[in-house]
Design a protein around this ligand. Sequence first.
Ligand code: TEU
Length: 546
Amino acid sequence: MADFSKNVVYQIYPKSFQDSNGDGLGDLQGIIKRLGYLEELGVDYVWITPVFSSPQNDNGYDVSDYYSIEPMFGTMEDMEELIGQCNKRGIGLMLDMVFNHTSTSHEWFQKALAGDKYYQDYYIFKEGSPDKIPTNWQSKFGGPAWEYVPSLGKWYLHLFDVTQADLNWDNPNVREELKQVIRFWKKKGVKGFRFDVVNLISKPQIFEDDMNGDGRKFYTDGPRNHEYLKELVHDTGIEKMVTVGEMSSTSLENCIRYSNPNEKELSMCFNFHHLKIDYKDGDKWELMKPDRIALKKLFETWQIGMQEGNGWNALFWCNHDQPRIVSRLGDEGRYWEQSAKMLASIIHLMRGTPYIFQGEEIGMTNTHYQNISQYRDVESLNYYKILLEKGKSVKEALDVLAARSRDNGRSPMQWSEEPNAGFTEGQPWLEVAENYKNINVDTQMQAKDSVFAFYKELIALRKNRDVVSKGNIMFLEQDNPNVLAYKRTYQNEELIALNNLVSVEVEILKESTLEGYKKILGNYKESIIKTNSVILKPYETIILEK
Ligand code: TEU
């Protein structure tokens, strides 16, 4: 297993990155056009979310053919060109493998529907009658996780949308098919893979009702999950490539196993616990102010736990499923720039490999859509209905979506102050956020102290300092609800990161000493650093070195 501690990954959501042909949809040629920008930022890998053939019910996470490119994104030649161009610039391309399920339009599922028993065993079908659903499990996008097929007299499992049927990994033929997909793309020169919800692939032997939940306890980090991952990685020879698993509702113990090099499973894991700190009673669709104490505790548990177990974290705030972090934990107004930089600093200086989601590096915010017609995401549209059924008013339901919709992260990349933010010359598939005239790549690249410039500095710091990439971590100021602070140590190097999470000044570190430390980076020109204390300005981040 290789070491990715000096690397930074950039995530592209191709549909919203750059349109090259005026159809309002981003595409592969658009990405090629912007590779110089990514090189300038200094990232090592680019992960693109799925561009395979797909009916796009879940924007590509419903794959109907793993071996071809969805025409709206381009052709196989475009993909080969993209891989080649990336390699030329020293950027590795990572593809997104959706192996927990396929689209119901996939040939395998279509054959299953037509009565082919061989292909029925590719999925999870259960005999039954229309009035007797196999279990009470809920789909992650709302509603039951089973769909009845009258012509077969069977139900099939779909943990996500009804058009995303779960694959049966207990069938060795399925596992072999998926290995073939990896071999195909590896041969094309792809340098790594992100595996979608890869801790949900192993389902239990017995399917039973969940008396106090939505069923996830039965299939999360399931019985043969580790075994199947090892087999996939070994048989395709991708041990040395960068591989990241998206782990849904996972545990620390399992993530240690998924990412400990001795296990030969994956290079690193995403977990989402730190992004649920504003869910009321764990419910994404109930608003709550962020619980900063919980955030600090979660970072500490996972950072220390993974360090002790020799696991490796994928570090991130944003992706295509999350609202924008500056809107969530920072400030969109007066302290927009400071808070965007402070949040970046937290992620980039912890132990793990940082991921930047398109637009995060210029401080893009939530979209603030005010009408349901502005949304496109299947989950948002489902939950809007569910919220209204539950008795919320239209205004209340829209307020929840404005804070929680996945479309917040999916609005077009803001390149310039040109119409549609320079994303397209046509009509964008999803509306551009209104603030694009102020927040865009052009403006950010011109300004010396921009959020973009700060990301560049953080990336450079990781490359130049072993203490950032390899150092041990310990947390400081554990009882202070307003400050997230940690110390990294490696051989004789020491680094301290102090982050003020709130919009008022906070004084800290009266007990310990900062003698011998000097500031090497921050988001304010002047900082107030005394020998035994520091006064942190609103959302200030200070990085000190000994
Ligand atoms: O997401 C998996 C997942 O469970 C979530 O992040 C999900 O969107 C969220 O919990 C809903 O509240 C992955 C992909 O990242 C996502 O885009 C896909 O929709 C999903 O898998 C299905 O393939």
